[in-house]
Design a protein around this ligand. Sequence first.
Ligand code: GDP
Ligand code: IMO
Ligand code: MG
Length: 435
Amino acid sequence: MSANKNTAIVGLQWGDEGKGKIVDLLTAKHDVIVRYNGGANAGHTVVVDDEKYALHLIPSGILYKDKLCVIGNGVVVDPVQLIKEIDTLRDRSIEIGNNLKVSDRAHVVMPYHKEHDAALERKLSQAAGKGDQSIGTTKRGIGPAYADKVHRATAIRMGDLLDHDVLLEKLKTTCSIRCAELTALGVEAPPLDPHALAEEYAEYGTQLTPHIIDTVYELHDCVNDGKSLLFEGANACLLDIDHGTFPFVTSSNCSTLGIHSGTGLPGKYVNNVVGIMKAYSTRVGAGPFPSEELGEIGEQIREKGNEYGTTTGRPRRCGWIDLVAVKYSAMICGTTSIACMLLDVLSGFDEIKLCVAYKLPDGTLSDRFIPDARRLALAEPIFETMAGWPEEIDDVTSPCDLPANAQAYLDRISEFLQLPISIVSVGPKRSQTVI
Ligand code: GDP
Ligand code: IMO
Ligand code: MG
């Protein structure tokens, strides 16, 4: 097989860069679409013929017929959400059968994980004398589910849902521990009943049985059969547990570094990495954001870009592009080309700013990103300013039809990142793409 046909799609900012749209576009050229990290904290939007789909767990390639979609072992799966997503897609005439495989080793998000997530956030938001210390999570139980994976003895994997007795034995231990923890977090609820939970989740296992397999062997078989893979990153590099703005991150390796552990495929199988970036910056939840615009400009970007969360509906924080941050993410992810998304949102600004360095508290300038929330919060953005363009560009399909100032903006980004921009997106639809 040709080793050069597998592609990774990864967000280079704080999420919601438009990964879903690009996965959908590139699915046409690949055979297998693979999620390797995160869970239902992701919200990937795909627009096909004016129909909008929001996908949380199922790979965005599912809208194509004859493509295999795989939820790898690195994902944390909420079976309730997965079944809901399958049903919603089926209601919209999308076929789901043998084309969806879920790793038997993917960890399960249980209801007590979601409760724990919400209770901990509540507790952190009222941390005595310290102000709000919460992360601003999606409350999808992601952190507690990954924590159980690391704890090991209290974890439940998708394969466990296929055996009621195994599940019940695990839940008997886990429920008593969870009850104590939830009570300590101030949750006043009846004790967790392992028998009821085992019944309910074994039933989800029955419903999902046709999909649950050893995806590691399946993916290696695909590679050996000459199939091409498209890896769909969820969340984004600056939210990576090891390389993001810790502790304001998610709980998985969402950079491309997570692909290998999250699928069982070694590094040699990732050939092209398309780094997805917005033409500006957004962030949902708490954490430092040096180029954030808190006034009218941020508001203008939010309204024009419809910057409200796909998963939680929260308004996204908005600001100018932070090239220091994007260059760092591109480095971590081994990015080979860039897709610059939502360029249309910048039409109408007289001038556009680009953060090209940080001023540190001691007065020195740095071109290095700071993947630590406390220190990054002290960095001041140093901006370059470029002229904007008044023209709307949402019907542009050829690079030469972009306004000269838009072209100059893209050229500056490409020069700064030392990477080619292979795709420019000027609207949510497939057709609103300049290649
Ligand atoms: P993801 O999480 O990275 O897949 O991104 P989301 O789907 O959460 O958010 C991106 C939003 O921008 C979605 O509503 C997309 O439909 C929309 N979108 C994608 N590309 C473009 C674009 O080029 N222009 C505009 N205006 N919207 C876009
Ligand atoms: P997609 O794939 C935007 C953010 C949350 C929060 C932090 C931790 O759609 O780009 P978590 O629930 O994961 O424990 O929350 O991470 N976050 C995202 N923000 N897009 C996402 O995914 C996100 N996934 C997690 O807002 O700040
Ligand atoms: Mg999203």
